[in-house]
Each structure stands twice: as C-alpha cells, then as structure tokens.
Design a binder for this molecule. Structure first.
Ligand SMILES: [Zn+2]
Length: 632
C-alpha cells in the first residue's frame, strides 16, 4: 500500500489455516453466488445479493475486517446497510454479535440449504482512507468485493468459491484481474474463484476507459487499465507508455520469475476519489489525480506508485511476513516485518521508477534527499525505534498529521528506502561489485514462475538469504537500524553510495510541485513548521526555532512581521532575517486568542539536496542503471 505524495518460518499458508473449523462439504464445494448491482454507483450506493449454501442450524456470517495490504482492521462495517436474510422468500432474523461488530448470528431452518442475503454498501463520498475511502464519481466506480459480501464463519477463504456477476451503468467498461466466466455467458459474469482471490481482485469501471497492452507479444500478459473522470485524462505520451513497458521487462530481470497468470494495473484518475495504491497478486488498485497522466509535475510526483504496487506482487503477496499471512479476514495481522514488506518495496519501487525511465536519476536524488532530511529531523526516533511504528501500523495509518514528528508516522516506508539502500551498498562494496541487492531479490522472491501462492517468511529467513548473497552481520545491521532508537536517520547508504545530504536555499523542483499539489508550505528544515494554505500549522518539529518560540500544532498563522501571511511573504521574511538580527514575528491564532511569537532564526531558507562526494565512486548511479534495454 502506498500514499502517492508523501511521502516465522518458511512454510505453506495452508498449515496456518489448518486450525480452522470446517463447514459442511456442501458449503465448501458449491460456490456462493454474489450479484453486485453498481448502476447506482454515481449515487454512492452498491447493491448486492448473495446466495450462500448452508446447512440447517446455527450459522455465523462474517464481514471481512482485516483487509490485506491495508495492514489494519479497516473493513468498512459502518457502511454495510440494508442487511436482510431470507430462505425461499421467508425472512430469517439475525443478531449482531455483542462483542464482534463484524459477525452476524442466525438460525437456518430445517430443510433450508441456500441462504439469501441482500445488502447495500454506502460508498463514502469524501471520508475514509484507502479502499474504504471515496470510490465513486458520476463517471466511474472502484469496487472492492470485500465491501459487498459476507462469508460463513469456519469456511476457508482459500477454498470457499464465489461466482460473481455484475451490473454496470449503460456504456461503462471495466478492468479487473478476475477471469471471465466464458464466451457464452450473458452480462458480466466471472468464473468462480476462491474468496481469497476475489478479495484480491478489485474492479474498476467507468464511462471513460482505456486499456494499454504493456507486454505485447509476450506471456504472461500485462495491461494498464484506466478509468477517468474525463476522456482527456486518458491521454498518455508515447514515451510514458514505453516507460511502463520498460517497467515490465525490468521487474522480470530483477526477480527472474513472475507469480501471476497476468498482471493488470488498475488506474483510477479522479480528483474525487481517495488517492492511494493497494497491492494484489495479479493487479493493483492505483488512484491518482485526474490529470496524473497529462500533468508532468503530478506524474513525476507520483511516478513510483505503480512501481511500488507492482513490486508487492513479489514482496508482500508471494513472499509475506508470517504475521501478515493470516488464514482469514478476521484474525488480527501482525506488522512487525512491515519494514521489509513496505520498506524494501518502497526502495525497489523508487529504483524501478528510475530504471524504467519514469524518473531521471536527478528525480530519484531529489526524492531521497527530501525523505532522508525529513527522517533526520524527526524527533520521534529518539523514543521509538523503527520497529515500534511497524508494530503499531494499524494505528499510525489512521493517525492525524498533527504531532507526527514527535509521534513518528508510518515511516517504515521512507526509512526502509535508506536501510535497504545501505544494504545494497554494503553488498556491492564488500563483493567488489560482483553482487548486489538484485541478487537477493532473485533468490528470495524469484523461484518458479506460476499462479499466485503465498510463501510466508520470518526475519531469520531474510537474514539467511542475505548471508547467502554476502556473509555479513545482517542480524546486527538490522538490530541497529530497526530495533534501536537513534538520534539521526540512517544516512550510511547515501554516503556509501558516493553522495552527501546537504542543505541549500533553493527550493527543489519536487518540493515546489508537492507544495502546489498538496497546498502546503514546508519550512521543516528552517523554522520547523508545515503550514496549510489557510495558515493552519499541521506540525511543529520539537526543538525547532518555531517550537522554541511557542508555536504549537493546530494554531493558525495569521501574519508575518505584521503583514498578512502568504507563503511568499513568509519565505521573504526568512531570507531577510539572515541580515536582520531582529526575530521573525509570527502572529498566530489559537482558537479565540492571538499571540505574537518571536522566532529567533537567521540561517535562511533550507532545503535538502544530495551532493556528490568526489572522494567516493558513484554507486548510486550504478544502482539506478537499467538491467534491460528500453523497449523500442
Ligand atoms: Zn506498499
């Protein structure tokens, strides 16, 4: 999973599921029928009907709670409405479990073998996060099947079959990794798949749809399926299509095997849906601004998103930390290895963005400098090692931005970039360039190509695999980087790769574009504050000049040196204070009261950059060199 702008032992998953109770053979074998009516999507309602094979007696139906890839109990149960159960047209009453809000109990009468369930799902218009966030507009809809279904307690999602049919508004087209039922079926029907595969295979549909074949003349197939709020948003430069084609050959060269029958990038382009990426085995649900493909700044800002989500097909879906490879959607997940699941994915995602040509090397360095400098200034690291946010991921994904520097956010993504870059540099340096992290990727995530499967792992497996590539104290390395508090961000990878994190007074192009897109002003590295367009101070770095001057989060900046604030006026004042010895006066509003804070800061604007260290070889450029030629 990724937000676009901001920034056990090796055993078969079947063994993990073996403790589950079995439902009757009938319930296991006959597919559940699921009919989804999305013709009201523009009104933010999905209608669904299920026919669930059952046996007479007590039955508990479950609504998926822990959503794979979201690493938290994010199933949107509040928006499940209109739930009615019946058999042969006769209503059956149900009772919600008093402790588990995701469980519904009922008694199936004698002689009944099919339970009919009707439900509606209220698509949130502008609230919620990730797949529970806004998912429909007048022109498109993103459907995550877990939101419109129930499943019987005791059934194994890997075995329980669902046969899905779908109704869409007239003229809408769709994209999904779900296989069609066959050429003879009327309407939109999909071949029966396991509940696990169904939840892993979302669908996008819309009036404006485009499919681009990214690996013509080769198997398995890869496509980019796009829905957008306008026809204009579907336009794509030929060179960008080439870069995505290059991404396909680069992932093949990096991992050496593919664990899918075909891969579909689902891309939703709208300013009115939640923006994020969510990984699946054979597809990914990527949601960006309407102009993502046609605005150079927006595309460059979020170029890594599709790369990141595709890497997850290997790192996260195929190989998965044992604590995240749960047997159903109700058992809590454990995120202790998210610094591998998300951290290494993030690193490979930005490396592949560059190797595929979506980014230049300079784009990569700008991104890394901003992330490294943010992590280096972040104070939460002094009380909480990286492993702590990883363990508490399900809380931190939902945490508000205020106080993030002191709390720590889900920075196992960005700090993962730094840690895995350092691991890559260590392997390259110690092996005199003969080995790299690419070799680890091939060994750990490669193997035999074929349909999706899950192979869980623990920290020991990661350490052992790295040792096979390069014998080194990897356990000690991760102990220091992940499990110990540190005052500074791990910058050893940048330095070992021949670069240095330094500061300049020129605002980097990436930050400028990010500020324009997110309507924030980022003065983290000078005053120590980030400010929204309306003056709202979303965070204050502990120990920064703004903090010392008494400014707090959620205050509102009103004026700078007695003049109404704008980002330009604030930046001018910071610049002028390099010569002027008087403090910068910031008038802030705190609820109903105002106060002037004297910020005694005279070092000018500061923005991070990576500067070449001529004393060392440029290993970073070697890492970013493509493994395959660009497609013609
Ligand atoms: Zn991710």
């Amino acid at each position: 999973m990724r937000i676009p702008l901001f920034g056990g032992s090796r055993r078969c998953i079947g063994l993990l599921g073996a403790v589950l109770l079995c439902v009757s053979a009938r319930a296991q074998n006959a597919p559940v029928k699921l009919e989804v009516d999305a013709t009201d999507a523009a009104r933010n309602i999905l209608h669904a009907r299920l026919a669930i094979p059952v046996s007479p007696g007590p039955v508990t139906l479950l609504y998926p709670k822990w959503i794979p890839g979201e690493h938290g109990p994010t199933g949107p149960i509040t928006d499940l409405v209109g739930l009615k159960m019946s058999a042969g047209g006769r209503p059956i009453s149900w009772l919600r479990d008093p402790d588990d809000m995701f469980a519904f109990h009922l008694e199936v009468p004698t002689g009944v073998h099919t339970l009919d369930v009707a439900l509606d799902f209220l698509l949130p218009p502008n609230s919620g996060q990730f797949s529970s966030g806004a998912s429909a507009t007048a022109q498109l809809v993103d459907i995550n099947w877990n939101q419109v279904l129930l499943y019987p307690e005791g059934a194994k999602p890997r075995q329980l079959q669902y046969a899905v049919s779908l109704r869409l508004p007239p003229g809408w087209k769709f994209g999904t990794a779900l296989p069609p039922a066959g050429p003879d079926t009327a309407g939109i029907q999909f071949a029966p798949v396991s509940l696990e595969t169904l939840v892993d295979s979302p669908l996008i549909a819309g009036a404006y749809f485009r499919r681009i074949d990214l690996s013509p003349d080769s198997q398995p197939p890869h496509s980019l399926d796009i829905v957008a709020d306008s026809a204009a948003a579907l336009e794509m430069k030929p060179e960008d299509i080439r870069h995505f084609e290059h991404l396909i050959t680069e992932t093949g060269a990096l991992f050496g095997a593919r664990h899918y029958r075909g891969y579909t990038f689902l891309l939703t382009l709208s300013d009115h849906v939640a923006h994020f990426g969510l990984e699946h085995h054979e597809s990914s649900d990527n949601r960006e601004d309407e102009k993502y493909l046609i605005d150079d700044d927006l595309r460059t800002l979020g170029a890594f998103l599709l790369c990141h989500e595709m890497v997850h097909s290997w790192n996260g879906k195929y190989r998965r930390p044992a604590g995240l490879a749960t047997p159903d959607f109700q058992q809590p997940m454990r995120g202790e290895l998210l610094w591998v699941y998300e951290g290494l994915t993030d690193y490979l995602g930005i490396v592949l963005s560059t190797r595929s040509g979506l980014w230049t090397n300079a784009n990569f360095r700008e991104y890394l400098a901003l992330e490294a400098a943010s992590l280096d200034r972040q104070q939460g690291r002094s009380w909480r090692p990286l492993s702590a946010p990883t363990d508490a991921a399900q809380l931190l994904y939902m945490a508000r931005p205020e106080g993030e520097s002191w709390r720590r956010g889900t920075d196992f993504y960005e700090e993962g970039d730094l840690i895995w870059l350092e691991a890559d540099v260590i392997i390259r340096r110690q092996s005199q360039g003969r080995k790299s992290l690419d070799d680890f990727c091939k060994q750990f995530y490669g193997g035999q190509s074929g349909p999706p499967q899950v192979v869980p792992y623990g920290l020991e497996d990661v350490v052992n695999a790295l040792n096979e590539i390069l014998p080194y104290d990897w356990r000690g390395f991760f102990q220091k980087r992940v499990y110990t508090t540190t005052e500074r961000a791990p910058l050893g990878g940048i330095e070992g790769a021949g670069w240095r994190l330094t500061y300049t007074n020129a605002i980097p192009a990436r930050l400028k574009a990010r500020e324009a897109a997110t309507k924030y002003t980022d003065m983290s590295w000078s005053l120590g504050i980030t400010i929204k367009e309306d003056g709202y101070i979303s965070d204050v770095l502990p120990g920064s000049p703004a903090d010392k001057a008494g400014i707090g989060t959620a205050m509102k900046l009103v004026a700078v040196n007695s003049r109404r604030w704008t980002p330009e006026i604030l930046r001018e004042a910071v610049k002028a204070a390099q010569i002027d010895t008087a403090p910068i006066q910031l008038l802030v509003e705190n609820e109903d009261y105002f106060k002037t804070c004297d910020v005694d800061y005279h070092e000018g604007e500061k923005y991070p950059q990576l500067e070449r260290d001529p004393a060392k070889p440029d290993v970073l450029s070697q890492i970013l060199t493509p493994l395959t030629p660009e497609p013609p």
